[in-house]
Design a protein. Sequence first.
Lengths: 64, 463
Amino acid sequence: MPPPSDLTRVEELARAAAATLGIEVDEAWWPSVAGHLNALLARAATLDAVGVELPEDSAAVFEP
Amino acid sequence: VTPPDGTAVAAQVRAGEITAAAVVKRTLAAIEAGDRAINSFTAVWPERAWADAARVDRMIAGGRDPGPLAGVPVAVKNLFDVAGYVTVAGSRISAADPPAADDAEAVARLRAAGAVVVGALNMDEYAYGFTTENSHYGPCHNPHDGARVAGGSSGGSAAAVAAGLVPITLGSDTNGSVRVPAALCGIFGLKPTYGRISRRGMYPFCASLDHVGVLARSVRDLAAAFDVLHGHDPGDAATSARPPEPVTAALGTGIDGLRLAVAGGYFETGATNDSLEVVGRLAQALGVTRRVELPHADLARSAAMVITACEGAQVHERDLRTRAREFDPMTRDRFLAGALVPASAYVRAQRFRRWYRDQVAAAMADVDVVFAPATPFPAPRIGQRDAVVDGETVATQPYLGCFTQPLSFIGLPVIAAPAGLGDGGMPLGVQLVAAPYQEAVLVKVAAELEGAGLSVVVQPAAR
């Protein structure tokens, strides 16, 4: 995916992904959908800011 | 007149001072008279309530013990299965589903303890929201000011208790959906440790983060409900195998020896003054002087948002493909965005979660309970999209969870306790946070605050 700041490119790729997944997004919804997606990508990108090697294992937080 | 809490009702019923049927009659009348103004119920089930009450009254007449919640009227967020009724989960899409065949495990445990189920409660569609402004069933109004939201997504669960319609309700909490509405409506809310209470028969939102929670008028009601609800269930793979650890015995035992602290850093900014000041006021009253910083809480919130969007979208993938127009617009666009997030982002958020858990465990290693704000501001107006905090404009809806998300993200047990009224006469809350499986110490501290008159449910003024 492109950097979250590139909203046009995010929407472009999101449209392609939606088409691949068979999800029909109404034209009127795209500004909102792309905005939410961009925000999620920006938040995911901030997780790199912690500056440490994250554990490889992403298993459940609490083992039952 | 202050409505009785569930424990008081159960005591009367068990003592034969009032029948469960009489309690049902009173409760249905209260809902009929009081819910028009707040829209907390989406369904009322008199026939079910009468049947439950009759069962309780027969047991008492026969000299048998109906359980600790004998005759206590309860209502459940409308994402819990109740046998014979459709689980709508705040949606129109699921309203076309067949009725549930069985009670959800949590509902079954309440009934087995003598509770009487009277109806289902309003919520954000599929639990994706913090305000219960549901376009299908209408917004839930805050009993303290009908022009303001009740919080969400368990808004109906909080409003019904705050308005005195029922003393105990079930909610669910993925990012704050019990604690936010409890705080905004001025009542108690318990989100136990992840895996403490079975989610079998609860419509899923985000399995990694979903918890069953309880909302009530008193700490003893939270404790009584937790005691009957928690415990292993093979029907929910996430439930803990730990043996039951009831907390009612912790009531009134005081807080001697407990190590208390106030959450610093992230939890000291980004909120209105009165939302932050109530934390210091309650902590100071208990002599708390320590501060503890939970590192990278801001990133935890970000990771929680990514996981929530991805898992939530996956649950609804089929409907997003075929009937997206039938979703509430408030949730639709976020689910659609979640369906398009790359898997790498989701996995990174899960890896961060595991790392963050260890960081917080280290920070809380020598602390038993941490005080933190519950919400960044009191209940916003219905329809209010923005708010200004610290000179910055924030989106009201998602920002309501800024203090709750970093805690549920790693499954910590939390009680949201009422902390008085802020500017404008609206309730504020405080979060009491403990290490995993330490619900008993939360009950001790909450009961201490309640007993000292520092954390009490304020009856809404007529407006």
